[in-house]
Design a protein around this ligand. Structure first.
Ligand code: UN1
Length: 499
């Protein structure tokens, strides 16, 4: 299989003629070659998107929405096939890959409905015989730069709202997941998207990213990835006064109080910490346990972590797939000596898994760190792997203090049966997403998704909030009085009392 760029409605190779490999991280098998783009390909994609913008912005929004409905139907039809390819391309187990595709379907249908909404305000004017209202206006050409951990869902979070609002798009997916990106573009092509409205450029972010972000034809950059890259993009784009929407890192915590249903809490921790091998920005990489239940919690968590079965995500028996790449595996594993040096204890896991067939892939054992203090690096830095750090706290106040002590603010949760504690937690957590008696993952598409502090730059994806990223507000005044009316000027006319 060979994967190509999609520019101005045509599948084409890069002008470089070079390729890169798309491989299965569970066994190293090659799935495809992909064309390796250079700056000239970015230029072509941006030019095509700019040209298409002139006509796409004039297509009635309900018609744009209809194309998205059709795309949702095609995604539904292809769900199983896409999920299988996703498991092979980036490793997550099949049930989770199906969930990823489903989240893309949900987002596509949800946003398709915005074709007939996109509400603005109609408000009274302060002068007589005058009309006042606000409408949404597209930004122009959007650069959608997406990660590999949700290779279908996250691109839909960006591309679908951009399209329904009348923007055109240059899509630069992570180089680990070109296949799923090609599939999404195929779906939108089949759904009837006109040429040039969505363009795909495959290749490495470090080689293409700066050129794309600073390209004068790009109006808005929507990026999901690390806080470091988000800051770099924001710096480049900020100088050019471009809008940037960033979804960045997390150091999400589950707080377990001494009155919690511990069985429920352990289920939530295992799912949130080790699902997707911990490669979610919402993953629970900290557990803040009330001292009264900490020993019991650790015993049970360690027991469960040791039972999880590593393997290829397409096998029914597998609980946890590989990490996406060798470099991610090395990065995650490099935190083990850091933890030990700082005085933490490895209560479960801690090793790169090399037994039998696992040696061919990038597997890391599910790892539980205990004796962790809130200021240790393993309690502060995003690890993005199957590693969670248990920190003890004496009461709710201390737990909330620890919760809020990192630079990130994406997701958190509390397990408690005390309604007063739950409400205090909801009020005081400095995160964009808060759960009660559930883990930290599993956000639904109809609510805003994103975080506070270094997790983002104030924008939100999903929900109605997504519309604010991909549109400008235009306020409109229509004076039908037939005479000069002066707002804010102290005259009798202003009150309508003049003859
Ligand atoms: C991400 O990891 O970047 O809430 C997105 C969740 C998923 C989305 C995660 N719905 O875990």
């Amino acid at each position: 299989m060979h994967l190509q760029n999609y520019i101005d409605g045509r599948w084409v190779d890069s002008t470089s003629g070079e390729t890169f490999e798309d491989t299965d991280p569970a066994n190293g098998e090659m799935l495809a070659t992909a064309t390796k783009s250079v700056a000239a390909d970015v230029d072509r994609a941006v030019d095509a998107a700019r040209r298409a913008f002139d006509s796409w912005r004039l297509v009635p929004a309900p018609k744009r929405g209809e194309i998205l409905y059709r795309a949702g139907e095609i995604l539904l039809r292809r769900k199983d096939e896409l999920a299988r390819e996703m498991t092979r391309e980036m490793g997550k187990v099949l049930a989770e890959a199906r969930g990823d595709v489903q989240e893309g379907i949900d987002m596509t249908y949800y946003i398709a409905g915005e074709g007939r909404r996109q509400f603005g305000d109609v408000v009274p004017a302060e002068l007589p015989n005058k009309w006042a209202m606000s409408v949404r206006h597209p930004q122009g050409v959007v650069a959608a730069i997406t990660p590999w951990n949700f290779p279908l869902a996250i691109p839909t979070w960006k591309i679908m709202p951009a399209l329904v609002l009348g923007n055109t798009v240059v899509f630069k997916p992570a180089s680990y997941t070109p296949l799923l990106a090609v599939r999404l573009v195929e779906v939108l092509e089949e759904a009837g998207l006109p040429k040039g409205v969505l363009n795909l450029v495959l290749g490495s972010g470090s080689e293409l990213g700066d050129h794309l972000v600073t390209h004068p034809g790009i109006d808005l950059i929507s990026f999901t990835g690390s806080s470091e890259t988000g800051a770099h993009i924001s710096e480049l784009a900020g100088r050019l006064l471009k809008r940037v929407s960033c979804e960045l890192g997390g150091k999400n915590a589950i707080v377990v109080m001494d009155d919690a249903d511990l069985d429920l809490a352990i289920d939530g921790i295992v799912w949130s910490a080790f699902g997707t091998s911990g490669q979610r920005c919402t993953a629970a990489s900290r557990v803040i346990s009330h001292r009264g239940v900490a020993n019991d919690l650790i015993d049970r968590l360690v027991g469960r972590a040791k039972k999880l079965r590593l393997g290829h995500g397409l096998e029914d028996s597998t609980d946890i797939g590989p990490l996406v790449s060798k470099s991610q595996l090395e990065r995650v594993h490099s935190y083990i000596p850091v933890a030990e040096k700082e005085g933490a204890t490895i209560a479960a896991g801690g090793r790169v898994a090399r037994d039998g067939a696992l040696a061919k892939g990038f597997f890391h054992e599910p790892t539980v760190l205990v004796d962790v203090k809130p200021n240790m690096r393993v309690a502060q830095e995003e690890i993005f792997g199957p590693v969670t750090a248990v920190i003890e706290a004496s009461n709710l106040d201390e737990a909330i203090k620890v919760l809020n002590s990192t630079k990130y603010g994406l997701s958190c949760s509390i397990y408690t049966r005390n309604v007063n504690d739950a409400f205090r937690f909801l009020r005081d957590a400095e995160t964009g997403i808060v759960y009660v008696n559930a883990g930290t993952t599993g956000a639904e598409v109809q609510l805003p998704f994103g975080g506070m502090k270094s997790t983002g730059n104030g924008h939100r994806e999903a929900g109605r909030a997504a519309l604010d990223v991909y549109s400008e507000w235009k306020s409109i005044y229509i004076d039908y009085s037939g005479k000069l009316q002066r707002a804010q000027i102290d005259t009798a006319e202003k009150t309508g009392m003049a003859p």
